[in-house]
Design a protein around this ligand. Structure first.
Ligand SMILES: CC(C)(COP(=O)(O)OP(=O)(O)OC[C@H]1O[C@@H](n2cnc3c(N)ncnc32)[C@H](O)[C@@H]1OP(=O)(O)O)[C@@H](O)C(=O)NCCC(=O)NCCS
Length: 202
């Protein structure tokens, strides 16, 4: 097995202390009390994407992943062919949630919010809209695959009631032939599968 650099040129996160935009490998975790977590209100709208949004969708995919095709749950999803929800701030795309119906469940293929809009409930609103979409179509479960290094997404989904039900050990290495350095330089090796019933009875 080799170790590959996952050289993403674009920032995925923003430092809450100095506002520097951070590529994935430079980002670090910190623990703080909920009272002091930086955030704040922002006006945004969540809606289903239209054909005219395609260019903006391709751009956020490129910035988040460097591609528009995503491997998850043993298949390849084309984001531009998916069911896409977007969040807009001042008429510009701030975040994307791409989903698909697979084996009778709603699968979240990609969720990405631009760094300048993170921590202001945009991701949560997109996720709630996806869960409502599943409910309106009678789909019982929402599933998502997260790589082992992506601690912010593992936190985010578990905070929203998702639980881990399977881990595809080594799947990411098997797919690409090498272990890429992901969030904070942690090696991406395993695909962690989480799910949440649409009717969450917690
Ligand atoms: C994970 C992500 C989708 C969350 O979206 P968001 O709009 O920032 O989320 P919200 O504002 O709704 O906040 C949800 C939770 O995440 C926390 N959060 C958001 N940004 C955070 C940050 N930078 N650091 C720590 N926690 C953060 C919020 O405090 C909140 O926690 P709480 O429920 O305990 O209060 C977003 O941070 C993101 O897109 N990250 C980049 C992912 C990416 O593109 N990766 C590339 C490879 S896939």
């Amino acid at each position: 097995m080799t170790v590959a650099d996952f050289d993403m040129p674009y920032p995925q996160y923003r430092c809450p202390s100095c506002a520097k935009d951070l590529p994935l490998g430079e980002a670090r975790m910190t623990i703080m009390c909920s009272e002091h977590f930086p955030g704040g209100e922002i006006d945004f709208e969540v809606r289903e994407a239209r054909p005219a949004d395609r260019k903006a969708i391709e751009e956020i995919c490129d910035r988040a992943l460097g591609e528009i095709e995503i491997d998850a749950f043993d298949r390849t999803y084309d984001i531009t062919a998916g069911i896409n929800l977007i969040a807009e701030v001042d008429g510009k795309l701030a975040g994307l949630l791409s989903m698909a119906v697979t084996c009778g469940d709603l699968v979240i293929v990609l969720l990405s919010v631009y760094p300048e809009h993170q921590g202001r409930s945009v991701g949560s609103a997109l996720l709630k809209a996806a869960i409502a979409y599943a409910g309106s179509r009678g789909l019982p479960l929402v599933r998502v695959a997260v790589s082992n290094d992506d601690i912010p997404l593992l936190y985010f989904y578990q905070r929203h009631g998702f639980t881990i039900y399977d881990i595809a050990i080594g799947r990411l290495v098997d797919d690409s032939g090498s272990a890429a350095a992901g969030f904070s330089g942690i090696l991406s090796r395993d695909e962690i599968h989480l799910r949440r019933p649409v009717c969450d009875t917690r």
